[in-house]
Design a binder for this molecule. Sequence first.
Ligand code: KIV
Ligand code: ZN
Length: 398
Amino acid sequence: MEDRVRIFDSTLRDGEQAPGIALDPDQKVAIASQLARLGVDIIEAGFPISSPGDFRAVTRIAQEVQGPTIAALARAQAKDVDRAWEAIRHAADPRIHVFLATSAIHMQHKLRMDEEEVITTVKTNVGRARDYTENVEYSPEDATRSDPDFVVAVCLAAVEAGATTVNIPDTVGYATPSDYGTLIKRVVDEVKGNRDDVVVSTHCHNDLGLAVANSLAAVEAGARQVEGAINGIGERAGNTSIEEVVMALRVRADAYGVGVGVTTEEIYETSKLVSEQTGYPIQFNKAIVGRNAFAHESGIHQHGVLRERTTYEIMDPMAVGMGNSVIVIGKHSGRAAFKHSLDQLGIEVGDAVFERSFARMKEVADHSGEVTPDEIRAIVEEVISGIEVLDGVTASFQ
Ligand code: KIV
Ligand code: ZN
């Protein structure tokens, strides 16, 4: 059987916790339907006890979206677990995700519980969730700032109470790849052991810009579920970016050696939809889905890409649903790219017009950065009309 990593998408739960995002049920159903087309394994649809709107959204996703497992979040409290179940019970494969913090900071200041109380509360509420469904996940919140011995002990208690996924959150984005890999390996060895019915999961935040690196370190250490959000949205600096992890696992299958069941051609569409619905823009240079992810402006790169795309691209933009590589004309562009742009615009010119147009383009680019197709056309027209002696000057516009 293929060794496969499951993709757990939390765009609609942890992603939505990003400041200023509030998706209504219609928006959530639209995004969940697209996530199903993308082929993620699990959609965490929301936190049903958090608001009546979220409860309605999770209920509708459980009823209307087919394919992925539908998960709902619950604190380790009976009323949360019951409300989560009420929302997801119509899903073909419902999962309840119970969390309770394990770090001294959280236990002392937030929960006011000691270790024994945390273990008892986890057992009670994971057990309660397990009475509703066989698919239960437990997360020791703030695991990376917790005593690793205690994380292992709580996860063992959760598995004993019926959890089938143990997820290790780096809640505040504090871990480094080597710390996190070490912790995951301990949980894999000491909690999962030889049990085929238990999956160890990774959940990272991006406060130090390490969320994707930490998630991949976890996969190397034996995690077989990765949690994250499309475009990496989420609290503070966000969550692991799902599209980055998926493409790293695909493009560097030689390094990771695990499969991932996502239709990567749907990535761009999903990213655009999430950006439109949340109002969160995608940074230009964002890996995989940024508008510059497959764009080239410097002459040397353009020349290479125009001859053979793989000189400067490790992925085919078509593989993420983005269309062709983009040649941007600007001050760093060379003649090969300028000629390519004229060809694309259906403009044929002789050598003299070409050289003068190229020189003029550089002057314009020095001021404006990018030179658009309309500006290129105008430049050529201006050059032609400015040449009085037409010796050797040829041009045709389609
Ligand atoms: O970051 C976190 O700890 C979480 C948990 C609720 C899983 O999002
Ligand atoms: Zn989180």
